[in-house]
Structure formats: C-alpha cells, structure tokens
Design a protein around this ligand. Structure first.
Ligand SMILES: Nc1ncnc2c1ncn2[C@@H]1O[C@H](COP(=O)(O)OP(=O)(O)OP(=O)(O)O)[C@@H](O)[C@H]1O
Ligand SMILES: [Mg+2]
Length: 430
C-alpha cells in the first residue's frame, strides 16, 4: 500500500526528501509539498496524507501543531537541522537527523503506538479502568533520583463552591505536613507546588497576596511548547509563598486563556512532578470539550487546562457547595466527571460551606444522605461554613494554615489532606 506523505521541508533538503521518497518504489507518494505550516495543517485536515515530514525549523512548528497534525490522522516525522538538539518537546512520532534515512523514519513513525491526542488516550484508558483501584505512578529508575511527585486536581462545578479555597489550603496543609514529617523519605527537599489552571478567572495569586503580573502558567506553557521547560525553569517561575510551598500563578486576565494550550501542559505536569513532591492544581469548572461545540479542531480549547489536569491527576478533589443548589450541581458534576474518565477510586468528594441555615438542623446527615441517595457517594468529607476565618485569610493574603490554624475550616481541610494521603497509600506501598 502506498503511504501518502505531506512534505513541509525547508531549503534544499526538500528536493532530497522528495527524491528519496519517490525512489522508494511505490511505498510512498508525496501528496503535497507545503510552503508553510498553515498549508500543512490544511492538507492534513483534508486527509491528503497519513504522514507529515516537517523541518524542525518550520516557522510556527510547536507541540500544539504536532498534536493537531496527529489529531488529523497524520503521523509526524521531524527533520532535524544540523544544529537542532533536544526536539523531544515537540512530541513527534519520529525524528530524523539531517541527511538521515527519511523512509526508515516514516516506517518507524507508522509502527509507533497510536498517540492520537495523548490526553484523550489517557482519558480513554481511565474510562476503561473506572472501577479499578488507583494505578501507581511511574517510578524513577532504580538507583535514580526521587520518584515523581503526586498530582492532585481540585475541581468542582460552577457556582464558586470553594475550589480555590480548598486548593490553596490543601497545598498549605500538605506543605505543613511535609515540614513536620519525621521520616527521611518525606524530606527529599522537594516542596509542594500550587498551580492556578482556572482559565475562567484564577484567583490564587490574589488569595496569596501576590502581584498578578507574575508570568505564571502562561510562561510555563510557552517554555514547554518551545522545549525550554525543565525543573530549573519551572522553579524560576514558581516563587515560594511560605515554608515548603511554591506557586505557579494563573492568567492575570481571563481572556488570555488561549495562552495555555493543552498539549504544552502535559510537559508542565511532568516538570511539576520532578520539582515538587505534591502538585495541587486549582482548575476551572467546565468539562465541555470545546471543539465539540465549535466543530473546529484547530481552535484553542478553553477547557484544555482543566481536562489535562483531570487526566493527569492521581487524585481529584471534587468540591461542591453545602446548600441545595450546590448539592444538585455536585450530583450532576460527579456524573460528568465519571464520563470524563475519573473513576470513583480516584476522587475525594468534599462538601464545602456546610451550614444548618442551608441544609437543616443536622446538615452533615442531610448532605451525606442526599449524596448517598443520588450519587452513591458514601464517604463525602464535610467542610463547615467559616466566614470569619476565610474572610480574614483573604484580607491578609495568607493561607488558612498560617492565618487561622485552629479554625474549623482549616481543621476540616487537614482531614481532606489525610484522606488524599490514604487514597494514595496503595500507590506509595505498591
Ligand atoms: N468554608 C467556607 N466558609 C466560608 N466561606 C468560604 C468557605 N469556602 C470558601 N469560602 C468563600 O467563598 C468564596 C468563593 O470561594 P472560592 O474563591 O474558593 O470559590 P471557587 O470555587 O474557586 O470560585 P470561582 O468559580 O470564582 O473560581 C470566597 O469568598 C471564599 O472565601
Ligand atoms: Mg476559584
């Protein structure tokens, strides 16, 4: 069978590539010689080829573009220039050195496992594993450095149920736990990293009293997409905001959400796991697949950051509001989350702002009963309404752990942190 090849190769190398492929006796047919990335993406979207051979220095080529090509059904072979090194960040199916055997690289790309949208694949795998217990995260090679850190996504439906409050306090709690842990294993020198990935209006910087001009997640995404994000680069973007706690702030203005493309976040999570023992991610509320709404697979996806964090997370903390509307939204949200591939064994349900005025004289029993009846949740954790402590912490720009250490809300979040640790215990001992 002849393989249709799209070529977007710069300079004299183009003639060489086309000649070599034509000489390969009917195995390949160069179906389009593209002048630029836009033409290549268009040709791939039109299904004109099953492989794209692209110069590493083609203007605009980045991880997102490679992801889109693959999403259009084309495997991607990158042709490295003499001075190109470290092209792994592009996520191509094969890389061939200047003057190398392009036909062989195409065969290798075609034989490589199907990585069509790595995130979707991961979500799919998780969907299949819905009833399975938590899977161990990959470990560092024997004799290597510390194992990858854990990633916790804090998510919840619309209506400001307290995702940011939970994420900030949970991160501070985990940092405090690490600082106080007696065993040497816990003291590997790595911090807790709090990431604001809410593309609808992140408020982590404000909650911590930081200037919202800090470069944050958009800068980390940019560095990832151009292959410059490593542990040192991520550390430079994440100021310490307390003992053992770093923060990667979010978008300073919500309309800048296209600056956080999904494919680059995979690399951000990877660097985060190397940098921090725990990464806690505050996410947006929506799980809608944007491209399904717009029918434009090239369009940036506003919910990509949330979906990417949920797919990557070892544990998802789901936060709902402790009032009738909040609970109803929570029940629906749990269904949406299951559809997105987050298995019950991988989530912790938290009902926040629990209060008798909204749920009756015994609010805990009422909420637990409703969640059991309508969502089959047996082990929801409850966080009480604690206006004084939350307002005080916000006003001071400090975490609840620092500002109101003995407040009911902080004590309840400590319980959430312990629970998260228990959910992950089989992983740690596995
Ligand atoms: N347990 C609590 N008791 C009292 N107030 C709380 C509690 N949890 C959160 N709040 C307050 O509720 C408001 C919304 O909380 P938060 O910003 O954490 O919600 P969110 O889900 O992140 O909202 P958004 O959709 O804006 O991202 C804040 O003023 C916060 O201080
Ligand atoms: Mg928030």
């Amino acid at each position: 069978m002849t393989t249709g090849v799209l070529c977007a190769v710069r300079g004299p190398a183009e003639t060489v590539v086309v000649r070599d492929l034509t000489a390969a006796r009917g195995r390949f047919e160069v179906t389009r010689r593209c002048a630029d990335l836009a033409e290549l993406l268009g040709a791939a979207a039109a299904g004109l080829g099953t492989v794209a051979v692209v110069s590493a220095d083609l203007p605009g080529l980045d991880r997102e573009a490679v992801d889109h090509l693959r999403g259009s059904g084309a495997r991607v072979v990158v042709l490295a220039g003499d001075r190109d090194a470290g092209l792994a960040h592009l996520g191509a199916d094969a890389v061939v050195a200047a003057g190398g055997d392009v036909a062989q690289a195409i065969s290798a790309a075609l034989a490589a496992p199907d990585r069509t949208s790595a995130r979707d694949a991961r979500l799919g795998a998780r969907l299949e594993a819905r009833a399975e217990p938590v899977q161990p995260a990959p470990r560092a090679p024997a004799g290597g450095t510390a194992p990858p850190g854990r990633l916790v996504a804090v998510w919840g439906p619309t209506g400001a149920p307290g995702r940011t409050t939970l994420a900030v306090t949970l991160a501070a709690e985990l940092a405090a736990e690490l600082a106080g842990a007696p065993d040497a294993a816990a003291q590997d020198g790595r911090d807790v990293l709090l990431v604001d990935a809410d593309t609808y209006g992140g408020t982590v910087a404000q909650a911590l009293g930081l200037l919202d001009e800090s470069p944050g997640l958009a800068a980390a995404s940019r560095a990832a997409t151009t292959g410059r994000l490593d542990v040192a680069a991520l550390a430079a973007l994440t100021p310490a905001v307390g003992a053992g706690l770093r923060v990667l702030t979010g978008l300073s203005r919500a309309e800048r959400w296209p600056e956080v493309p999904g494919p680059s976040l995979d690399l951000v999570w990877r660097a985060a796991r190397d940098l921090a023992r725990w990464t806690v991610v505050d996410t947006g509320f929506s799980l809608e697949q944007d491209e399904a709404l717009s029918y434009d697979t090239r369009a940036p996806r506003r919910n990509a950051a949330t979906l990417s964090a949920l797919a990557e997370a070892d544990v998802v903390v789901v936060v709902g509001g402790g009032d009738p509307i909040g609970l109803q939204r929570l029940v629906r949200a749990l269904g949406d989350l299951a559809e997105a591939g987050v298995a019950p064994g991988r989530r912790v349900v938290v009902v926040n702002r629990l209060r008798a005025s909204a749920s009756g004289p015994r609010p805990g029993d009422a909420v637990r009963g409703a969640l059991h009846r309508y969502a089959g949740v047996e082990d929801a954790l409850l966080v009480p309404e604690d206006r004084a402590a939350c307002d005080g912490a916000l006003l001071a720009g400090r975490t609840l752990v620092e500002h109101a250490p003995s407040s009911p809300v902080r004590r309840a979040v400590r319980h959430v942190a312990e629970h998260v640790g228990r959910v992950l215990a089989p992983v740690a001992s596995g």
